[in-house]
Design a protein around this ligand. Sequence first.
Ligand code: 26V
Length: 800
Amino acid sequence: MNMNTPSLTTESFRDAILRHLTYSFGKDPAHAMLEDWRMALSYAVRDRIVDSWFSATRRSYEAGAKRVYYLSMEFLIGRLLEDGIVNLELVDQAKGALAELGQDYQNVLADEPDAALGNGGLGRLAACFLESLSTLGCPAMGYGIRYEHGLFRQSFRDGRQCEAPETWLLQRHAWEFERPEARFRIGFGGDVKITGERALWTPDEMVEAEAFDTPVIGWKGRWANTLRLWSARAVDPFDLDSFNRGDFAAAAQPEALARTISRVLYPDDTTEQGKELRLKQEFFLTAAALRDILRRFDSEHDDIRALPSKVAIQLNDTHPAVAGPELVRILHDERGLSFDEAMTLAQGTLSYTNHTLLPEALESWPEGLFGKLLPRHLQIVDRIDAAHAARHPSRTQSMRADHEVKMGNLSFVMAHKVNGVSALHTGLMKTTVFEELHGLHPDRIVNQTNGVTPRRWLLACNPLLASLINDTIGEGWFDDLEQLKRLEPHVDDAAWLDRYAQIKRDNKADLAQWMAETQGVKADPAMMFDIQIKRIHEYKRQHMNILETIALWQAIKADPDAHWTPRLKLFAGKAAPGYFFAKDIIRLINDAAEVINADPVTAPFLKVAFLPNYNVTLAERLIPAADLSEQISTAGKEASGTGNMKFALNGAPTVGTLDGANVEIREHVGAENFFLFGMTAEEVMERRKIDGHAAHAIAADPRLAAALATLRDGTFSPEEPDRYAGIADNLEGADYFTVCSDFTDYWRAQREVDAAYRDPKGWARMAALNTARSGWFSSDRTIQGYMADIWGAESLLRNP
Ligand code: 26V
C-alpha cells in the first residue's frame, strides 16, 4: 500500500463506490445498471491507483533515474479491474462493499470489456512486462497504439471461423486519461532537400498523435507506470470549403482518413504482407513515442550526449524498428550532431527483442513503398548500411537487399543488445537468421527467457490455489515466485496433496458449469481436461492434436472395453483471416467434434470442444482448470511460448516437444514431471531433407494412416467428402512441420499420460511439483534480467 494512502475498510470502500455512482455518473443506486456499478467500482479502485501513480512519477523525476521505454505495436492487456483490486489487496473489501450494495462481485467484474490490443504471445508478454516493471519499481513507460478495434471477435458458423469487428470502446471503461496537451504532428511522404551535411524533410501529409494514458499498477500498489497509447486524428479535422459547397462527405474526409491509422489492429501475425497502412502505423507509434521521450529528456537534462545513460528504448520485435533511422534523423538533421555521433547515441539507447524465426513473419518493406512514405529515412537506412558495410568489408548480410529494407538486420545493427526469448531460440538466432551479424558482434545477442506475471496468472485467476499456497508458505511468493519451491516438501504429505487435488477438481467443476451454461458444452469434470489454446498455426500443430484425437476415437471404437482414460479435448484460438489452412484446421476440429461427440460408444471416454473467441479472459478461466497442457510445436519454431508457463504454474503438466521455453520448463519441473516426445530442432532439420519422410512415417504407423484416411473419405464432412483433402495432401506431401514424423511418438506420450492419470495421487504429485518448480518463470525475473543485462536500469523501491 502506498504510504500516503490510508488502508480501506469495507465501509469506506462502499462509500467511495456510492459517491462515484452518484457524483461521477449521476445515478441513483435504485436505477443503476450493471455497467454503472462496474464504473463506480472502477473509479473507487482508480482513485487508489492514481495516488500511487503520482507518487511514482514524482519519485522518478526527483531521482533523475534512467527510464525504460517499451515500444510495442501490441499490448494485450485484457481486463484491468480485477488486476487493480488484486494488486491493491482490496479483494475482501470490494466483495464486501458490493454485497452490501446488493451486487455480485464476479458479475460486476465480468461486465468489463477485454482490451484485445494484440494478436497473441508478443502482445501479452508486453502486458506482463508492464505489470512487472511496476512491481519492481523500475521507472518505465509503455508506448503503443490506441486501436479503435482490437483483434476481431471470432464465432463459428457451420464450424467455420467468422470474424466480426471488436469494439471494446463502445462500452465505457475507467482506465484511460486523455491527454489533449500531449500531441505531436507526424508527417509522411513529401520530399527531402539536402543542404551540405544536413537534410530538410518536408512531409506532404500530416496527422496528429494524441496521447491516452493508462496507469499500470504493480504489486501492493507500491509503484505505477504509464501505458501511453497514441490515437490518430486530423490536424484540420474539418474541411470548411467543402462544407460550404454542400459536400458534407468531403468535409469530413480529412478526419476519417487520419483516423484510419489507429482504426484497427492488423490481425495477421503469421505472414508479413508489406501493407502501406501497417508501415504508417509503425512510424506513427515510433515517431510520436520518440518525440515524447526526447521532450521529457530535454526537460530534465541539457546534454543530448547523456541520452544512452538516461534512456533505454526497447523495440518489441522489428515493428518499431524505424526508431533507428528516426532517432538518427532527429539527432543529425534536427539537432546538428554528426552522423557518426548520432548513430552511436542511437545504438547506445536502442535494443531489440526478436520473437520469431519464421521467415514468412520477418518484416521487410519494398523500397518503393518505404521511400514514398519515409523518403529521408530510406536515405538514412542506406547510410547506416553503408557505414556498417565499410566497417565490416566481408559482410554479405545487408539491410538493403532485393530492393527491400530488411527490418531485422536494421534492428540488429541499430541496437546495442539483441535478445531472444528462450535459451533455445537465442541459440538458434546465433546459428540461423543472425549468424553473420552475430559473428561480427559476438557480445550483442543475449537471452532473456520470457515469463508471466504471477499476480494475474495465479493469484487473480486461481484464488483457490493461491489460498492453499498462502496457508502453506505464506504470502512472500506474490513478488518472489521462487518461494513456491517451499511447497515441495508438502507434495509427500497426503492430506496436503488431497487439498491440492480437490482445488483442481473444483476449478474443473466451475469450468464445466460455465461451459454448460454459456457454451452449450457438457463436460464431465471427472474426465482429464486436455487443453490446447493459442493462435492457430501449422507450426503449433493443432492438426496433429486432432489427428491423435481421431486415432484415439478409432482405437476406442475398436475396443470399447479396454481401460481408456476419459478425456475432454479442449481447443481455443483464432486464425488470421487470410490464413486459409489455419481456418481449415478450425473447421476440421469442429466437424470432428460433432461426429465424435455424437458417438455413443466412445462418449464415456472422449469428448472434443472448440471454444470460440479465445482471449485473455477465456485463458484466465481455462488455465486453472487444465489437467494437461499441449505444447506440441515443431521443434525450432516456437520462440518461447508463455501459455506453457501459465499451465505449469497452475498445475497442468505438459505434453510437449523440446521447443522454446518447454526446454527450460522441463529442466525446472524435472523430466519425470513432463511428457516429452518428438524430434529435436536438429533432427527436424535433418528429417526434412529425407525425400518422402511423411510417407515413410505413415507407412510405419497404421493408426496414423487410418486417421489420415478419414480426411479423405468424408467421415467428418459427408456432404463434402473432399473438404479436408487439402490438409491430407499437405501432410502426406511436403509436411514441412513434420506432423507425420512426430505423430507416432506423440501417440506414445499421450498413452503414457493416460496411464499416469489413472493414478490420481501420482498425478496430483506431478501437478503440484509443476507448481512448486515454476517460480523461475515469473516475468519479474525476466524484467530483472533486462534491467541488469540490457537497460542498466535500477529499481526506485527500497524493497521491491
Ligand atoms: C508478427 C507480425 C508480422 C507482420 C505483420 C503483423 C505481425 C504482428 C505480430 C507478429 C508477431 C509474431 C511474433 C510473435 O508473436 N511471437 C511470439 O512471441 C511470444 C513472446 O515472446 C513467444 O512466446 C512466442 O513463442 C512467439 O511465437
